[in-house]
Design a binder for this molecule. Sequence first.
Ligand code: B12
Ligand code: SF4
Length: 491
Amino acid sequence: MILRFAQDDTENGETRQSIMDLLLTHGYFLHEDPKELQIMKPYVPLGILYICSHLRNKGVDVEVFDTTFSSRAELYEVLRTGPPSILGVYANLMTRANVMEILRVAKEAGWQTIVGGPEPGAYAAEYLEAGADVVVIGEGEITMEELLPALRALRDENSNHGVMLERICGIAFRAENGTLHRTPPRRQITDLDAQPWPEREAVDVDRYVKVWREHHGMGSVSLITARGCPYRCRWCSHEVFGKTHRRRRPASVADELEWLLKRYQPDMAWLADDVFTIHHGWLFQYAAELKRRGLKVPFECISRADRLNAQVIDTLAELGCFRVWIGSESGSQRILDAMQRDVTVEQVQKAVSLAKSRGIKTGMFLMWGYLGEEIEDIEATVEHVKKTDPDVFFTTISYPIKGTPYFDDVAQQLVPLNSWAGGSDRDYRIRGRHSRRFYQSADQLLRNEVELGRLLNGGAARIDPVLLAELQGKIAQAREGLRATGAEVEA
Ligand code: B12
Ligand code: SF4
């Protein structure tokens, strides 16, 4: 990583130390994440790169310390040596504990600190307590543009804290009397095309592409074509973009893709939107634009099942989509309705079969343990996954993200398993919910039933009786596990 932290500039024969206006970082260290070390599909932190390009365009001197391939020691070395400036840290649900430590080290070394991203807005008091001077809520570009001069003035002139900050929308800070002050919400950027692309040159994108290529035979890059999702799934965080949906022009996305291909020579792309297929008219225009340019790049994306029909699937296939990820969540309509997914089990089944029929691989996300889920819902999910048979599926036990309706639904039942600063919104026991052992049995049942389904429907002339018996045994054991732990609830 190339990071100019402080350097000696020679001006009029005099040497002086110059320092950047802002250092941006995030608290994700890949080598500390054993799960990701198995998966090895890292992507650049787009949020801080968007802020970086916006501020650089405004003449602000910004650097990025990308923690992904780095270490705490290296980051702390940078923070502790040389003159301190302003540090901006991205935080999400998984990186909270790391961000706490980064804030502590930065404050000890004399930095002014700002936190932003999807988590801090929901926990403004806690982040301020942990050492952040300001919490940025929502989109960061314009807020940071206004905040940096105010923070600099506060540092240089020791001006009145509250007066300087309260004019800036979209922030939370502690007023001089110690009370938490939240300013009115920041208006969202209306014209995304007027914004610069994320400043990828501030990080080592080649290294990301290389890691991908080494582990998966294909180098990948990410980009987003829109911001925000208007749907209302109760467990999903809308902290940053609310329920808006703003799209970029197809030609601008095509330009960025073309540039990425030329600059980093990846073999594929991930279109990292919440729901890439949300706007069909846009998708068709985008496809026409890529066709006009003769561009076809293998890519994967996420879609809702109800946003996939034959024409959309054909268009995705034409564009080079090799895998579509679908949030299926449950095979029980009752649970889908409780989640307010606004999708039916049949729509998911149809979408997966359409994708398969056009040679697009399918990935499915599933969730155990949502409010009200019982054995019959679990059996419905097992049947659903067996029937649809996606190429790959992932299961999670639902967890409540602060700021979501689901969090409010279970707030009275939450028992923290960790200190707030050392844990995450995944570290709760939900009183009255089935036990972990129950969901382990559900998972075992699902995986073995799906494998059995594949074995029986695989068209093999002869099925290995030993394998068959083994799977049937595991399935019986899982069902027995579900029955045996069915009455166990979290205390
Ligand atoms: C791509 C993505 C991923 C990728 C991340 C790859 C990467 N390095 O970017 C992968 C698949 C790895 C991933 C994993 C996870 N993700 Co994710 N992911 C996303 C997704 C779909 C897009 C992120 C993105 O690029 N957004 C576009 C940029 C422009 O938005 P942004 O990052 O929010 O940045 C803006 C503001 O937040 C703010 N800002 C950001 N940083 C900073 C810093 C400062 C200093 C300031 C002032 C402002 C600021 O300004 C930015 C520009 O306006 C978002 C949903 C979404 N649409 O954002 C979920 C989302 C971020 N993920 C989420 C979750 C829960 C996860 C996981 C925990 C899931 C899991 N169970 O494992 C993991 C955690 C991984 C980890 N270790 O950190 C949640 C986070 C909720 C929360 N409260 O933290 C989100 C919001 C999804 C949701 N709606 O619930 N994710
Ligand atoms: S889960 Fe997906 S579809 Fe539902 S609100 Fe979140 S981003 Fe939108």
